[in-house]
Design a protein around this ligand. Structure first.
Ligand code: FPP
Length: 220
């Protein structure tokens, strides 16, 4: 969800204001995705590297999660949205980890769009934690296959993403879904995240529809 800072700067506002608008955009896109019948949507909300930002900005983003994550329960219920988490819960402030757990439990039976909040998430970190979990559980890592590692990822039942969207014109992976995104299509939009509406999501899906997916093979 890139471009919150630039959106704010362009208006002479604080970066935090950009994150607040980014939160509103996230709600618009979640609603649009649910209405379109999309099954899974992962929002890269806070990376394992984002702790390097100024304390005030970090606290503000965590404050948004604290205030709105469970505050939107009616919205999740009305739209059948199930909340899930990807990332390292042990590195989160304990109250945020508890909020996440509660939101996941409270929405666990909803059968519409699954929104996976990537919070304190890093693709490399996820793979390291998966290997550690496997080893701690007694898995024979010397004979591990791709399927073995996959079993220990944060959400092994969630299918690999078909499409990874990046806003604000950045052409980088930035440690996002490194394992799962191996064969995803990538789409970069110049539009800053706070300006995202259903229109931008539709444009991304339209571009995706024109891609020829080969998964390393050839198209007959
Ligand atoms: C990246 O833009 C954005 C973030 C690191 C924070 C994203 C978080 C939100 C939108 C809050 C959402 C909360 C929930 C619960 C979904 P940037 O700050 O790097 O922007 P810049 O590249 O223009 O500086």
């Amino acid at each position: 969800m890139d471009g919150n800072g630039r959106w704010a700067r362009a208006r002479g506002q604080m970066r935090t204001q950009g994150h607040l608008e980014g939160l509103k955009a996230a709600k618009r896109i979640v609603k649009a995705a649910a209405d379109m019948g999309i099954r899974y949507l992962t929002l890269y909300t806070f990376s394992t590297e984002n702790w390097k930002r100024a304390a005030g900005e970090v606290n503000f983003i965590m404050g948004l999660v604290r205030k709105y994550l469970r505050g939107e329960l009616d919205f999740y219920r009305e739209n059948g949205i199930r909340i899930r988490h990807a990332g390292d819960t042990t590195g989160l402030p304990p109250d945020i980890a508890a909020e996440l757990k509660a939101a996941c439990e409270e929405t666990g039976n909803f059968d519409g769009l699954q929104v996976i909040l990537a919070l304190n998430y890093g693709g490399r970190d996820e793979i390291v934690r998966a290997v550690r979990r496997a080893a701690l559980g007694g898995t024979d890592l010397a004979s591990a296959t791709e399927a073995t590692i996959r079993l220990f990822l944060d959400n092994p039942d969630v299918p690999d993403p078909d499409l990874v969207i990046r806003s604000a014109g950045e052409f980088r992976i930035s440690n996002f879904l490194l394992w799962e995104g191996a064969y995803a299509e990538y789409y970069v939009s110049p539009v800053l995240w706070p300006d995202w509406t259903e229109k931008e999501l539709r444009a991304a899906l339209e571009a995706f529809g024109k891609r020829e997916r080969k998964f390393g093979g050839i198209v007959p």
